[in-house]
Design a protein around this ligand. Structure first.
Ligand code: FPP
Length: 247
């Protein structure tokens, strides 16, 4: 039986988040420049998006550029930004044909202007699509996001728009860039690294973590199916005991 048919569609994760890692090492393995790895990573983005949408996943979030990635050599940063612009432009029709909505999280206003404009345009053009939401984390870090939320909450308290006693988990969540989205239930990281790297720290409180040695440019639909099947074999207890969560 192929992997896809083994997936229980009634127990799909509503939101899958992915740390796409290993582009550079994959390129090196093939004796190429790092950007070659990023370029080939686009194919994996397309496959993963298509597979998730076909299954009926509601949200797919991809960590495409972290606030720490600015520290890479300028040539790589520039090449990545150009790749982002061309990919968004090229894939816009596919997103539209497949009824996929594009959203972004992160400090996107501080991306290069061309990249920011291209992104805003694609977000606007796809805003009414309903099949799946593809979220790109761009110029994103969880500490940045949490600090922003704390600062906005503090400002609301100062301006008498919010009482300190009313600050709950829910209020905090509403100030994150993922406000309105379900928390990721499954977080995948490729390339064999087993870190979270400042990604969605608040939102993954109860996510199942899945690490695979596959380098991102080699990630294909079957690897997503493997991750989902692994997720479906786990017992999610949310702090309770096994007997309480078993049906
Ligand atoms: C991590 O590999 C990958 C990135 C920082 C960039 C990911 C970008 C893409 C796949 C390109 C296009 C994406 C979209 C969503 C349009 P790495 O460079 O850290 O690899 P390494 O750990 O082997 O050095």
């Amino acid at each position: 039986m192929d992997l896809k048919t083994q997936i229980d569609l009634s127990r799909l994760p509503r939101h899958i988040a992915v740390i796409m890692d290993g582009n550079g090492r994959w390129a090196k393995k093939h004796g190429k420049m790092r950007i070659f790895g990023h370029q080939n990573g686009v194919k994996a983005v397309r496959e993963t998006t298509e597979a998730a949408a076909e299954l009926g996943v509601e949200y797919l979030t991809l960590y495409a550029f972290s606030t720490e990635n600015w520290g890479r050599p300028a040539s790589e940063v520039n090449a990545l930004m150009t790749l982002l612009v061309t990919t968004i432009r090229k894939e816009l029709k596919t997103l539209t044909d497949n009824n996929i909505r594009l959203q972004a999280i992160g400090d996107i206003q501080n991306l290069p202007e061309k990249c920011y404009k291209e992104l805003l345009e694609a977000i606007e053009l796809t805003k009414n699509h309903t099949r799946m939401t593809l979220v790109l984390a761009l110029n994103y870090s969880a500490r940045w996001e949490i600090t922003q939320a704390a600062s906005n909450i503090a400002a609301a308290v100062k301006n008498d728009q919010l009482d300190i006693q009313s600050i709950t988990d829910q209020v905090f969540e509403n100030h994150l860039s993922t406000a309105g989205m379900p928390d990721p239930e499954l977080l995948i990281r490729t390339s064999g690294e087993t870190r979270i790297s400042n990604f969605l720290l608040w939102q993954i409180a109860y996510a199942e973590l899945y690490f695979t040695p596959i380098f991102w440019p080699e990630f294909r639909k079957q690897h997503l199916y493997e991750a989902i099947l692994n997720f479906q074999q786990r017992e999610r207890r949310f702090g309770k005991i096994s007997e309480q969560v078993q049906k």
